[in-house]
Write a protein that binds this ligand. Structure first.
Ligand SMILES: C[S@@+](CC[C@H](N)C(=O)[O-])C[C@H]1O[C@@H](n2cnc3c(N)ncnc32)[C@H](O)[C@@H]1O
Length: 235
């Protein structure tokens, strides 16, 4: 997953307004953060597009499981420390004032067991009074099962079509994503990524956050429609 996509990721998500999202997150940090420092970690940072807007106000680190995504992030966003690691069990041996996990990256841990471990891991990387902001994936009741999806990018030198199907298997949403990519002077590429994300219930996530020593809440209106945001302040 995301390996072949990494170099095209920012084109597929060209519609996403990272600047506006980052400004909303900055306001939330201002409101909730009680610790004194400005060290920020973005988990599942992808190509580092949010960090581009945080790096002037915070000392930033990004971590992602995918080597190719980390390489793209490094080449695009200067003055940020990028690491490769799994959110379930990474150990950066340092504590942050802010941990972000945005655009539903958390869903990729797939199971409730892993979700609990991941939230515990976030807690152990946060200072007292530090803030955790997690943008979740959908729940079983908000997921659009059965509905096909299509996203396109129509540039002069690159054209991309992504079609996907959606289904539910137990607590997992499964999306089979087919990419067709045409580039100037190149053969057309076709590859398939199967994305499996856990459909975690809001109450369960809040329960794990409380267990990990966060004062936590769920904001219904977050960055993207119907996803919301979890905010936790480490006690
Ligand atoms: C939808 S992308 C979001 C990327 C970025 N946060 C953004 O807003 O564009 C999900 C990211 O999560 C990463 N990811 C998936 N599973 C992960 C894991 N277990 N640990 C760390 N990163 C993971 C993927 O490699 C991918 O870059």
């Amino acid at each position: 997953m995301y390996k072949e996509l990494a170099q095209y990721y920012d084109l597929i998500y060209h519609w996403k307004d990272y600047k506006v999202e980052s400004s909303t997150i900055k306001d939330l940090i201002k409101k909730y953060k009680k610790s004194g420092g400005e060290n920020l970690l973005d988990v599942g940072c992808g190509t580092g597009m949010h960090l581009k807007y945080f790096k002037h106000d915070f000392s930033c680190t990004g971590i992602d499981i995918n080597k190719e995504m980390v390489e793209v992030a490094k080449s695009k966003v200067a003055d940020v420390n990028f690491e490769q690691g799994d959110m379930i069990d990474f150990n950066l041996k340092t504590e942050f004032d802010v941990i972000l996990c945005l655009f539903s990256s958390i869903g990729y841990v797939k199971s409730y067991d892993n979700l609990e471990k991941t939230i515990m891991n976030f807690a152990s990387h946060l200072k007292k009074g530090g803030v955790l902001i997690v943008e979740p994936w959908f729940t079983k009741s908000t997921y659009w099962v059965g509905v096909p999806g299509m996203t396109t990018y129509n540039g002069e030198d690159v054209k991309i079509a992504r079609l996907n199907t959606t289904k539910i298997e137990g607590d997992l949403s499964v999306m089979e994503m087919h990419y067709l990519i045409a580039e100037r002077n190149e053969d057309i590429k076709h590859f398939v990524d199967i994305h499996e994300l856990g459909l975690f219930e809001i109450d369960k996530t809040l329960e794990y956050m409380e267990k990990a020593n966060f004062k936590s809440e769920f904001l219904k209106d977050g960055l993207m429609k119907e996803r919301g945001l979890f905010i936790g302040v480490k006690l």
